[in-house]
Design a protein around this ligand. Structure first.
Ligand code: FES
Length: 149
């Protein structure tokens, strides 16, 4: 039976120069978007280590969102290309752990794209809400195990 009261927690790793500024702009512009996102500001999306994502899931996140500058716009030249490669590997790992692909997302959102940020956040919250909490014992245990090995 679906839990009507379930509010997903999404951990969002946003790059300081683009997506974080878009979130700031959305706030300053009083755009309404789901309050389920816990933002972690990093200087570049390339700083998002695989361990950060696994830790977020292991500690109770129902979804993880990474936001960075568009390809070619990274302030550290190739940081977001590294993110892209890392995310491809992580997606495969998470799938093997039984974590649905909708729970992990990478988006390029520039500083001026507050509206896009709003859309992405709302969309992801709805998708994860429909999936329900990340409670499958096996997946949770596998994440724990991966974190501690
Ligand atoms: S500085 Fe934004 S993705 Fe690298």
């Amino acid at each position: 039976m679906p839990d009507d009261k379930f509010e997903p927690t999404i951990v969002a790793f946003f790059c300081n120069w683009c997506t974080y500024l878009a979130a700031d702009l959305a706030g300053a512009s009083r755009m309404k978007y789901a309050p389920n996102v816990r933002v972690v500001r990093l200087m570049c999306s390339g700083r998002v280590d695989a361990q950060f994502v696994l830790d977020a899931f292991a500690r109770g996140a129902d979804g993880v969102l990474i936001g960075g500058c568009h390809p070619g716009d990274c302030h550290y030249q190739e940081g977001n290309y590294k993110t892209l490669r890392r995310v491809a590997l992580l997606k495969r790992l998470l799938a093997q752990m039984g974590i649905e692909p909708e729970r992990f997302r990478l988006e390029w959102i520039s500083a001026s794209e507050a509206d896009r940020l709003k859309t992405v956040v709302n969309e992801m919250v709805e998708q994860v809400r429909a999936l329900g909490p990340l409670r499958p014992k096996r997946a949770q245990e596998e994440v724990e195990e991966a974190v501690h090995t």
